[in-house]
Design a protein around this ligand. Sequence first.
Ligand SMILES: Cc1cc2nc3c(=O)[nH]c(=O)nc-3n(C[C@H](O)[C@H](O)[C@H](O)COP(=O)(O)OP(=O)(O)OC[C@H]3O[C@@H](n4cnc5c(N)ncnc54)[C@H](O)[C@@H]3O)c2cc1C
Length: 406
Amino acid sequence: MVHSNARIAIIGGGMGGLTAAIALRKIAGVQATVFEQAGQLGEVGAGVTVAPNAARVLDRLGVLERIRSVGAVPDGHGVYQDAQGRMVTDAAWEDTAKEYQNIGMYRPDLIDALAAEVDPAAVRLGHRLTAVEETDDGVRVEFENGGAEVFDAVIGADGIHSVVRAAVGQHPEPVYSGYIVYRGVVDASRLPEDWPMISQVWMGDSRHFMCYPLQQRRLFNFVAGIPSDRPLHGPWSGPAEVAELAAEFAGDGWDPRLQHFIAQVDKTFWWGLFDHDPLTNWSRGPITLLGDAAHTMLPHQGQGVNQAIEDSMALATFLAAADEVSDIPEAFRRYTAVRMQRTAILQNGSRRAGAMFDAQYEFADLAKRDADIRVGRDFRRGAVFDYDAQKVAERALARFRKERVA
Ligand SMILES: Cc1cc2nc3c(=O)[nH]c(=O)nc-3n(C[C@H](O)[C@H](O)[C@H](O)COP(=O)(O)OP(=O)(O)OC[C@H]3O[C@@H](n4cnc5c(N)ncnc54)[C@H](O)[C@@H]3O)c2cc1C
C-alpha cells in the first residue's frame, strides 16, 4: 500500500472530491487534503439520484446507511410517459440482484453525509486553485489567496471549469446542448395524496419534465428541459420566473397532473446544459482528474455524480496497490485506462438520451423513440447499475500484474 504519509491534494470539495477523500482514506490508507474555493462546503438546492452503481461503492465505503436515512428510495420502477401522461415504458430503478436502488437525494444532504466522513482538518476552504505544475520536488499548487504548497500527487476534482485539466494537457471546449433546465423542489405535502413515490418523466414536443422524491419523501425534485439559446448570450444559470416554466407546459397537449405539479412550484432557477467531448487522456505523471473535470456529461442518464463516485473507488483501488510514492504515476495511468472508456460511453449515451426525451433527430419518429427507450431500460440495469467499479479495478490490476510478470 502506498505510504500512508503520501501527500495527496484533491482540488474541489464537491461530491466527487469528498468521495475521493473518503475512498483514499478507507481503501488506500491515505489522508488527502481537500482544497475548496468556496468559504463552505455546499451545493445547489436541487436533487440528484444516487444510482445502484454508486450505492454499491458508498456501501463499501460505509456511507450508504447515512445516505439512505436522509434520501428517498422510490416505491418501484420509474415511468416514461408521453406529454399526456400515457405510459411509454417503465424503467429499472434497482440492480439485477435487487440489492441497490436509486436513491433521490437533496444535494446539500448528500454533501453533508459525505463531509461527515471527512476529517475537517483535511479540508481547506477558501482555497481557489490558480496554478498547478510538476516540479523536481513534486506537484506545486498555487491559490488565489497567495498560498502555495507542494504535494506528491494532485487529483483535479474541480468540475466542468477545471483548472487542473490543463496540467494534463487537455483543453476541451464546453459544448452547449441547445437546452436549459428549470430546476427546483416542491413540498410533497402540496401534492395529491396518491401522487406516486417514483420517478416520472413526461416527454413532449422538444421538451421534457422529470420529478422524483427526495428527503424521506418530504420533497420532490423537478428538472424541466427546454430548448433555448439563452446561455449563448450571457450567463449559464440564474433565477427564473415560475410563470416562464408554467408557460412551457401549458395547454391541452400536456397532462393536467403535470400542470398541477408545476402549480405547486414557488421558486425555480435555470441552468444551461453543457458537456464536452471525451478527453483523450486524464493523467500526466502524478496529476490526474476525477468527476466532471474528467467527463462532464449531460444529466439525462443521471450519471455525472455516480461516475465520480465510481472514479473514486477505482482510483483508491489502484493507489492501494502502489507500494511507493514513485508508483503513483503508474497507478494514475492504470486508473485512466480503466475509467476513460466507460465514462466516454456514458457521455455519448447521455447526449443520445436527451435527444430521445425531446424527440430530436432520428427520434422525431415517436414509434422509434419509444422502442429505443424500452431497449435503454434494460441497458441501464445491466451495463450501468450492475457495474462494480471496485471489482473491475481489481481485475484490471491482476491483469496488469500478469502482464508485468510475463
Ligand atoms: C440538471 C442537472 C441534473 C443532474 N442530475 C444528476 C443525477 O441525478 N445524478 C448524477 O449522478 N448526476 C447528475 N448531474 C451531474 C452532477 O451534478 C455532476 O456530475 C456533479 O456535480 C459532478 O461532481 P464533481 O464533484 O465532479 O464536480 P462539481 O460538483 O462541479 O464540484 C467541483 C467542486 O470544485 C470546486 N472548485 C472548482 N474550481 C476550483 C478551483 N479552481 N479551486 C478550488 N476548488 C474549485 C467547486 O467549488 C466545487 O465545489 C446533474 C447535473 C445537472 C446540471
